[in-house]
Design a protein around this ligand. Structure first.
Ligand code: GLV
Ligand code: MN
Ligand code: MN
Length: 417
């Protein structure tokens, strides 16, 4: 590794990085050490303001695009060269942890600061991005900001998506954009030279192997649906069961049928119903309406296509008496990351004598959209017992810093290619 790169990497400050995680974790803190920072909420706005304050204190440029993706930019010598980008997300699951997403943002900022402190120049600009609504916990689907940025979806498709309280995404977005007036504006899909995302693994493999660095080879395929079951509300005590159009009964039948569809003795297929809205949601009224989510994942393109394509037919067939509408909200083919970026990461980890291994990602990430528009890959660091989407999510300061060091070294190499 070049001496000036090694110098810059040595400025990655484990304590600063850890302190910033602790500070961010206060925004939306929930019992059990967790975080609830829904996309485009007041907590998300507070996290954005904190990030902007750190970026501006260092003199970095701050930009925002129309879906609220927030960019922090360190200029390069060639202002016209497409930047090397890094980042992740600041929104969380409703009962999320202190590291999912925010780690990639803070590691990126740490790398940028370390590079800046030593004054090492790069030909290309380096940009940190905090993507809007990666989680999809409040507004579905997930990974909206990167999807729109990469041109895979249009912002207009999402403006009328509603959260559980009926708030439209467009309104929440307007408030969020108004809260960072100091950010300049930029458009979607500016060319990028490469993208690297750092993230906690959210699985147990690195911890089991005793390695601080994972080089991610790709992300499994994923399909999301909203299933709407519509029947009729009736009195729970007086209406004979045979006369009901009970939306909960049919929802249960549909979910059982989908469980059969996705049954897999190898436990490779992942099937989840994680969100359910019942109307009128009263113990003594038959449900007139159920809306539930379906999340199916598999690493093989043919299998995820077969399963995803079968969902609507299986759901319709399983419903006894209600009307069923199946709305696909996300189609993601399995993605393979760029081998040259993986090689850069491996060289960086080896140069820093950090034990590393290659592994695939079971979770979705914004990197899957960036991989469509530029060479992309990811760095994983271990998390305790592989636990994630849970308040108990935990990671070691030294592993977080190791990931930020690999990130800094790789960004330097890619920004000077
Ligand atoms: C991201 O959080 C995912 O659902 O994989
Ligand atoms: Mn994440
Ligand atoms: Mn997540």
């Amino acid at each position: 590794m070049r001496e000036d790169y090694r110098n810059a990497v040595s400025r990655v400050d484990q304590d600063r990085l850890w302190r910033r995680h602790a500070e961010m974790a206060q925004i939306g803190a929930i019992p059990g050490n967790g975080v609830n920072r829904a996309a485009l909420s007041k907590e998300d706005i507070a996290a954005r303001s904190l990030l902007v304050s750190w970026a501006r204190a260092r003199g970095f440029g701050v930009l925002v695009d129309p879906i609220g993706n927030l960019f922090v930019r360190r200029p390069g010598l060639d202002a016209d060269a497409p930047p090397v980008m890094t980042g992740s997300h600041m929104d969380s699951q409703p009962r999320g942890g202190r590291f999912d997403g925010i780690y990639g943002v803070l590691a990126g900022l740490e790398a940028l600061e370390a590079i800046d402190e030593t004054g090492v120049t790069t030909r290309r600009p380096i940009e940190l991005v905090a993507w809007t609504n990666e989680e999809g916990g409040r507004f579905q689907p997930c990974t909206m900001g990167s999807a729109v940025y990469a041109g895979a979806r249009r912002l207009e498709e999402f403006l009328d998506v509603r959260d559980n309280e009926g708030v439209a995404l467009g309104d929440a977005l307007r408030e969020t954009l108004a809260a960072t007036p100091e950010a300049g504006s930029r458009d979607f899909n500016a060319p990028a030279a490469a993208y690297i995302e750092a993230h906690i693994e959210q699985g147990p493999l690195l911890e089991q192997a005793g390695k601080p660095i994972g080089i991610v080879t790709g992300i499994q395929g994923q399909r999301w649906f909203n299933v709407e079951v519509s029947g009729r509300t009736d009195h729970a005590g007086t209406t004979p069961v045979g006369l009901r159009r009970d939306a909960v009964r049919d929802a249960i039948a549909i979910i059982s049928a989908l469980q059969e569809l996705t049954r897999d003795p190898t436990d490779t297929t992942r099937f989840t119903v994680g969100r359910m809205l019942v109307t009128p949601n009263s113990p003594n009224s038959v449900a007139s309406h159920v809306l539930f989510s379906v999340d199916v994942r598999h690493p093989e393109p043919a299998t995820i296509k077969r399963l995803g394509d079968a969902v609507e037919g299986v759901a319709r067939k399983a419903a006894a008496r209600c009307d069923v509408k199946v709305h696909p909200t996300l189609v993601h083919d399995p993605c393979l990351f760029d081998s040259s970026v993986m090689d850069v990461l491996e060289r960086a980890a080896n140069g820093l004598e950090l034990p590393n291994m290659r592994l695939p990602s079971g979770a979705g990430h914004d990197a899957m959209y960036m991989a469509r528009v530029c060479p992309a890959a990811m760095i994983f660091v271990p998390c305790e017992n592989g636990v994630s989407h849970n308040e108990a999510e935990n990671a070691k300061p030294e592993d977080l810093a190791a990931g930020a060091r690999v990130l800094a070294a790789a960004l330097l190499e890619l920004a000077n290619d």
